[in-house]
Design a binder for this molecule. Structure first.
Ligand code: 2HA
Ligand code: ZN
Length: 271
């Protein structure tokens, strides 16, 4: 097994453009303080860019188990941040801190095909489960992000905020953008062991209803048509959390927009 010499991105501008977006978002996560050390991960479905040459590339790793079987992923290709890699390094050198994987025909294993044998994220089971569900639902989403936004994680340390849709309503009511641009709100997954299949299963359960899912005392997952839009959802929620905290720091509980004001937005934006 030999690592490829030339990058899979060479002469593939459309694929490179998607990887450039991953690098851009990785930089934002680091700048926000949401990505300490190796914290967080990004995966994107790049199957549409897998031409005949990519499909015949020899693997550069052994076959690894996903940990679960995901039938909708047959024949799919993903770019994944590497496990134990830093988000800030992914921002500068994506192909050295992430890799392209091919899902095996049994839908339970994968192999790395480019550029280097960088093993994918420890949360691969959750990420691939999210992609499996997105493909099965036909929503056209291609990106999944997991990150550790300080204020949103802090909010999950309060039992009241873990009740269904309490946090959604609170965050929606802080500023109109959040109601408009995170229209489904956020689901909650009670604490589970990081990297576990139980966490993956609980996450996709919530994804049936929401595009953003909070992992209690750990972080956020979000999905979207591309990685920029997945990031934007977390960004607007985080902005709302900061407004709430700023108000509490000034010594008052923020009033929040009224139900009538939020419904007006719902109708205006056709949400
Ligand atoms: O990849 O964030 O949840 C590091 C993590 C695990
Ligand atoms: Zn994490």
């Amino acid at each position: 097994m030999q690592e490829s010499i030339k990058s899979i991105l060479e002469n593939r501008p459309a694929l490179k453009a998607e990887i450039d977006k991953v690098a851009e978002v990785a930089g934002y996560l680091w700048q926000r303080g949401w990505a300490e050390r190796n914290g967080g991960n990004i995966t994107i479905n790049i199957t549409e860019y897998a031409d005949d040459e990519i499909r015949t590339l020899a693997p550069i790793s052994e076959r690894y188990p996903i940990g679960t079987t995901l039938p909708a992923l047959k024949g799919c290709y993903f770019f994944c941040k590497g496990t134990n890699r830093r988000m800030r390094d992914l921002a500068r050198r994506p192909m050295e801190n992430g890799s392209v994987i091919r899902i095996a025909d049994d839908c339970a294993h994968y192999e790395i095909i480019a550029d280097r044998a960088v093993k994918p994220t420890s949360e691969l089971a959750s990420h691939l489960s999210m992609h499996n569900q997105m493909i099965a639902s036909g929503n056209g989403y291609k990106a999944a992000i997991h990150t550790h936004p300080i204020e949103l994680v802090a909010m999950t340390h309060h039992a009241e905020f873990l009740k269904k849709d309490v946090l959604t309503r609170l965050l929606w009511s802080m500023i109109p953008e959040t109601r408009a641009f995170c229209p489904k709100g956020l689901g909650i997954v009670p604490y589970k062991m990081p990297s576990s299949v139980e966490l993956a299963d609980a996450t996709i359960e919530q994804l049936r209803e929401y595009d953003v899912v909070m992992w209690e005392k750990h972080g956020v997952c979000a999905v979207g048509p591309d990685i920029i839009e997945a990031f934007d959802q977390v960004d607007v929620l985080s902005k709302s959390a900061l407004i709430y905290i700023a108000a509490r720091n000034m010594g008052f509980v923020p009033e929040g927009m009224s139900d009538a004001q939020m419904n007006e937005l719902k109708e205006a934006f056709n949400l």
